[in-house]
Design a protein around this ligand. Structure first.
Ligand code: 6CS
Length: 308
C-alpha cells in the first residue's frame, strides 16, 4: 500500500518538532464596496498576528442568542454533543449548535462573519464545527495551549491550513474570567507533537486535552519571543483566529461567567479526508463531513423586537 503524503505529521510516535507553516494565512484580499468586508490593513493584521478582534459587532443579537442557548442547554441535557467539565457534571461545551437551532444557523450565515471568512479563505466555506463554550463563575475549567489545526488534521483529516474560527463573546470576556490567551505569530509554525492518538481520544480530550499540547520548553521559547495576548472585550465582540494559532484559556475563578459562540469555517477547497491518525473519524457533531457550501444572508441578521 502506498502511504499518503502527510504535510503536517503529528503524534506519529516521534519526538516533538517545529516546522514552518507551508500554507498561506490569508488566501483572498480586500473587497472594496462589499459591506462588512475587512480592509487591507485588517487582513494584514490577521496575517501577521493570527487573530483579529471586531468590538461590539454582534451586540444587537446577544439577547436572542442567550435565550436560545438556555433553551438548547435544557433540551440537549444528556445528549452526546453536550460535554461536561473534567471533574463534574457541569456543562462545558455544546457542539453542533447550528444544527439544533435555526437562529444559530442564521448567525453562522450572517455576512458580518461570512464575508471576512470568505476573504480569509479566498473561497466559499463550509461549517465544520460549531459550539458554545461555557465557563461558569468560580468553576469553569481551563483549556491548555494547542493548535486546533493539529487536532483537526490528525483526528478529522483536514489536509491543509485553510480554515478559520470565528467566535462571538456572549458575556463580557475580561482578563479575569477565563478569557482566550493567544501567542501572536505562532500560527506561522507547526508544532508536530509527541505521542500517539488512542481510539476515541475526543471522549477525554474535550474535557481535558493532553495530546496535541506542545511541551513546556517549546512554549517557553515561543513566549520569550512573543508574549501572551489576552483576548478581552465586551459581550457582542466578534473574533477571528487562524486554525493553527496557539491558544488556550485559564480556569475561571472570578465571580463572572464567560461564554462564547464559536463556528469553524473550512474552505470548500480543503475538504476533510480520512484522519491522518488512520483511526476512524470523529463523530458528526465534532466534524461535519457532509457540510455544504454556505451562502451569506442578504443582510445582517435582524431579530424582530418581541411584543411587550
Ligand atoms: O477538538 C476540537 O475540535 C477542538 N477542541 C479542543 C479542546 N482542542 C482541539 C480543537 O481546538
Amino acid at each position: 500500500m502506498v502511504r499518503r503524503h502527510d504535510p503536517y505529521p503529528s503524534r506519529t510516535g516521534g519526538q516533538e518538532a517545529i516546522h514552518p507553516r507551508q500554507d498561506p494565512v490569508v488566501y483572498g484580499g480586500p473587497q472594496a464596496g462589499t459591506p462588512g468586508a475587512l480592509s487591507g490593513e485588517q487582513l494584514q493584521q490577521f496575517e501577521r498576528e493570527g487573530y483579529l478582534v471586531l468590538p461590539d459587532l454582534f451586540s444587537d443579537l446577544l439577547e436572542p442568542i442567550r435565550e436560545e442557548f438556555h433553551t438548547l442547554s435544557r433540551r440537549m441535557r444528556g445528549d452526546e454533543a453536550l460535554y461536561t467539565e473534567p471533574d463534574s457534571d457541569e456543562p462545558r461545551t455544546l457542539f453542533k449548535v447550528h444544527a439544533w437551532s435555526d437562529l444559530l444557523q442564521q448567525v453562522m450565515r450572517d455576512p458580518r462573519i461570512l464575508t471576512p471568512v470568505q476573504q480569509i479563505l479566498g473561497s466559499a466555506a463550509t461549517t465544520m464545527q460549531s459550539r458554545i463554550n461555557i465557563k461558569p463563575a468560580f468553576k469553569g475549567k481551563s483549556f491548555p495551549w494547542h493548535s486546533a489545526f493539529e487536532t483537526w488534521h490528525v483526528e478529522d483529516g483536514m489536509p491543509r491550513m485553510r480554515a478559520v474560527t470565528a467566535w462571538i463573546m456572549l458575556t463580557d470576556n475580561s482578563p479575569h474570567n477565563g478569557p482566550l490567551y493567544v501567542i501572536p505569530g505562532s500560527h506561522k509554525h507547526y508544532v508536530s507533537c509527541a505521542g500517539t492518538t488512542g481510539r476515541e481520544n475526543y471522549r477525554t480530550s474535550l474535557r481535558r486535552q493532553t495530546l496535541g499540547v506542545p511541551r513546556s520548553e517549546t512554549l517557553k521559547d515561543m513566549l520569550q519571543e512573543q508574549p501572551i495576548h489576552t483576548v478581552s472585550g465586551r459581550a457582542g465582540t466578534l473574533v477571528f483566529h487562524d486554525c493553527n494559532l496557539l491558544h488556550g484559556s485559564p480556569d475561571n475563578i472570578s465571580a463572572d461567567p464567560r461564554s462564547i459562540l464559536m463556528y469553524v469555517y473550512n474552505s470548500v477547497e480543503n475538504a476533510v479526508e480520512a484522519p491522518f491518525s488512520d483511526l476512524p473519524p470523529r463523530p458528526h457533531y465534532l466534524c461535519d463531513r457532509e457540510a455544504q457550501p454556505l451562502s451569506a444572508l442578504q443582510q445582517p441578521l435582524q431579530v424582530p423586537a418581541r411584543a411587550a
